[in-house]
Write a protein that binds this ligand. Structure first.
Ligand code: ADP
Length: 485
């Protein structure tokens, strides 16, 4: 049992690094709980029992059986990760025994029964938080993204037992919309289907349920918190979020600085840090070799590590590759996503193989080498709730070239004249993302890179930034304490 003074927190999420990951959500859920525990919480995470999760948590023990959970029997398991995460795993083979992507079938489309799957996760979270196990309950339930969006609604009937609820929006674009005919299937109260409830244009919205029924809503950067209250950035929910402005906060993400540490990283070619920045050259060489690029210290080496989608502005970047190449630059692309964008980068690599390298797919280890070896990383997103790759990049002395949106605007300081004089610059900021601004930013980056002394100063400054979870964790704790007071 936790000490009386600790806050007992239940995270509810569909992804958690290193067990299952499709994006930044997994990184957050795999790292923030450890920082919260250091800051005085006792944090447990409820995850769906996808095969990869069950495999990784081999030493799990059965906590309790859950009969007849949306059409099948389930078991709640308890496990600990080697990194110290405390996990509850919902082992429900009829819902989660799926290969590959957790949300999409082999044809790349969303699975038709996702609403049942993630309603089950939320329902069990509500029961677990309110005493399903005799020796554990939660003071705060912290649900993440639409997959956990129904948790606070399922907690409505808990009366005195009801814990405080926090809902974090990691990306407003994914809303979890399903036909209203499924209301009874999901065991949801009829009166929740209203404009004041979870109804969104005659559909059930899991994300809206999270916003409406939770005591507090957070998102992953202050700028994104402002953007999602606007008509343009609100994606249909701007008015609702504006009306709840007093219970909405933007708290920046951090990264796991143990996993992303160039001084100890086993996945890179040579260790380095701020005082031994020269070690980065060996990584650049190794990266050029890996992708079959011409080995040169002097060619500026750009990179991308991302979902290859329009959100990330990578359709725009694909058009700018000839400009990069024409000016003597190199670029490596690690990612997957829209077929057109994948093809554009594959074509570029075929045309100029000694200057462009493309790997279509997901490769965690390679992501580390790319961060360590590249000089700069492009993140020209059209919108970006927080973004994690610019944080990893800064830690690895790789300067981010970012669009001035969301968390990118909050974490990267443009190396303009004034910032160069004060020493505040940590990257290159462009606005709005377009072919033209990307070309201009590329030219500016190349000019800065050509001045070796200045570039190293910028690198050191980027590497100095605190991108850890320490500060964000204290902000979450303040939210929890405010609710519990
Ligand atoms: P999003 O969650 O919108 O995809 P984030 O920047 O918040 O974007 O997080 C993306 C995470 O996924 C980062 O940890 C990044 O390093 C990782 N990532 C993205 N694409 C790949 C890839 N192809 N291979 C390895 N890691 C990737």
């Amino acid at each position: 049992m936790p000490a009386a003074s600790t806050r007992s927190v239940l995270f509810v999420a569909s992804e958690c690094y290193p067990f299952i990951k499709t994006g930044g959500l997994a990184d957050v859920v795999g790292a923030l709980p450890l920082a919260l525990d250091t800051a005085g919480c006792d944090t447990r995470i409820l995850l769906p029992g996808f095969p990869a999760v069950l495999k990784a948590a081999k030493k799990s023990v059965e906590a309790t059986g859950i009969p007849d959970l949306f059409g099948g029997d389930a078991t709640l398991l308890e496990a600990r990760s080697t990194t110290g995460l405390k996990l509850f795993i919902l082992d429900a083979p009829h819902l989660f025994d799926l290969d590959g992507n957790p949300y999409q079938g082999p044809d790349g489309t969303d699975r038709a029964d996702n609403h049942v799957r993630f309603a089950a996760l939320s329902k069990v979270a509500a029961a677990l938080a309110t005493g399903m196990l005799t020796d554990w309950r939660a003071d705060v339930v912290h649900a993440h993204d639409w997959q956990a969006g129904l948790t606070a609604l399922y907690l409505q009937g808990a009366g005195e037992n009801r814990p405080k609820t926090v809902f974090t929006i990691h990306n407003l674009a994914f809303q979890g919309l399903f036909p209203k005919s499924q209301l009874d299937v999901l065991d949801l109260p009829r009166d929740s289907f209203s404009e004041e409830g979870l109804e969104y244009w005659d559909k059930i919205s899991f994300l809206k349920a999270g916003i409406v029924y939770s005591d507090h809503v957070t998102t992953v950067s202050p700028s994104y918190a402002a953007e999602i209250q606007s008509e343009d950035g609100g994606m249909g929910l701007g008015g609702l979020l504006r009306s709840r402005n007093n219970k909405l906060s933007g708290i920046l993400n951090g990264i796991d600085t143990g996993i992303w540490d160039p001084a100890t990283d086993k996945a890179i070619a040579a260790p380095f840090d701020r005082s031994r920045i020269g070690g980065k050259a060996k990584n650049k060489k190794a990266l050029q070799k890996h992708f079959g690029l011409r080995e040169s210290r002097h060619a500026p080496l750009f990179c991308v590590i991302s979902r290859l989608t329009e959100q990330k502005g990578l359709d725009l970047l694909a058009d700018v590759v000839p400009h990069i190449v024409g000016n003597g630059g190199q670029i490596v692309v690690l990612g997957s996503g829209d077929k057109d964008i994948e093809q554009a980068f594959l074509d570029a690599a075929e045309e100029t193989p000694d200057q462009v390298g493309t790997f279509i797919g997901y490769n965690e280890e390679l992501a580390h080498l790319v961060q360590a070896g590249a000089d700069a990383i492009y993140i020209p997103s059209r919108f970006e709730p927080c973004g994690l790759t610019q944080l990893c990049a800064m830690r690895y002395g790789t300067l981010p070239i970012v669009a001035r949106v969301g968390g990118l605007a909050d974490t990267v300081v443009d190396a303009n004249e004034a910032a160069l004089q004060t020493g505040a610059g940590t990257g290159i900021v462009l606005s709005p993302a377009s072919d033209d601004t990307l070309r201009a930013a590329t030219d500016r980056t190349m000019r800065l890179f050509a001045d070796g002394k200045l570039w190293r100063k910028l690198q050191r400054n980027a590497m100095k930034q605190d991108v850890s979870w320490t500060e964000p964790a204290t902000r979450y704790v303040a939210v929890y304490d405010g609710l519990m007071a």
